[in-house]
Design a protein around this ligand. Sequence first.
Ligand SMILES: Nc1ncnc2c1ncn2[C@@H]1O[C@H](COP(=O)(O)OP(=O)(O)OP(=O)(O)O)[C@@H](O)[C@H]1O
Ligand SMILES: [Mg+2]
Length: 331
Amino acid sequence: MLIVLLIKYVKRRKPEKPTPSREITTWSGLYRFSKAEIENAINFQNERKSLGRGSAGHVYKGILPSGQAVAIKHINKSNMSDSFTREVEGLSRVRHPNLVCLFGYCIEGGEQYLVYEYCPAGNLAQHLLRKDSGLTWDRRVKILRDCALALRYLHHFIDGCIVHRDIKLTNILLTENLEPKLSDFGLAKMLGMEESKVFTDVRGTIGYMDPEYMSNAKLTCASDIYSFGIVALQLLSGQKVIELDLDARDQLTRKAKDVSMGKRPLSDFEDPRLNGNLNRADFECILQVAVFSVAKSSKDRPTIDTVFEEMDKAWKNTLGDMCKQCYSTLV
Ligand SMILES: Nc1ncnc2c1ncn2[C@@H]1O[C@H](COP(=O)(O)OP(=O)(O)OP(=O)(O)O)[C@@H](O)[C@H]1O
Ligand SMILES: [Mg+2]
């Protein structure tokens, strides 16, 4: 009897584990800013710096009291309900060095804001599409390799595949060392572990959108591969995704396919701003992968694992070339 009573007493004394509230699990790791904090950050030293405007809202540079720079997205009233909650819920659980980090959010007085890590060098379009683009071959390969790495992380996310849904030049932001970070998970959608596909509303950016997804609204990881393929073709050619003043045969994907099949010389696809400073074998290899990635049918596209492997190979070759060049200048 004594032993039974003792066991019961010990059991009763064991403190119960606190069950986390829904608020904590859903918004984990994020700081909830007040509107006053947001306004102070945006109006730091009475200077308001706009970083750009997108479909979800206006983006401003902000400075926190600690001196840290951030990017603050003020969500359009029309976007409020869906874009905001989707983006916050998705990003709060996602952390990778090549993904723009979401620090916090603000919901107050009928306004919604997202506070992100600040990328001082802006977006990739601003660098690549400039007349005097200074993006060297090695930088371009590194950008592709790192974006593929971030995408591999999303597609193999522990809670189930995350489809980014809006990979494009303006959603690839750059640090001061021109390291890339994928941004904007507003359109991302969590897929259940067991599911490979989900039906959803068709959203994305013209030119980067998977044609199969556009026709049947079936969203899969392969749609991101298509958009990644377009970005890769742009980094090789320096071309815009659609150029209204060009013939059909000179449009990005058509030209890429013709060149990869040997119908046109490789030089037709080289960005003239590279001045021939590139590794031909890697250029061809990236072109092949990119052309497979933009296949009309999703089942003909490579997986992110294959894409990453190829980009990583190209990056290692590029590093090797750079070392050889350094060595020859030293000798
Ligand atoms: N974290 C950030 N750091 C620095 N600049 C940023 C950051 N986030 C966004 N920007 C800048 O603000 C601009 C607008 O961003 P936003 O994501 O709202 O639109 P977008 O990606 O250009 O277009 P869309 O809404 O069609 O996707 C970007 O193009 C980028 O140059
Ligand atoms: Mg964006």
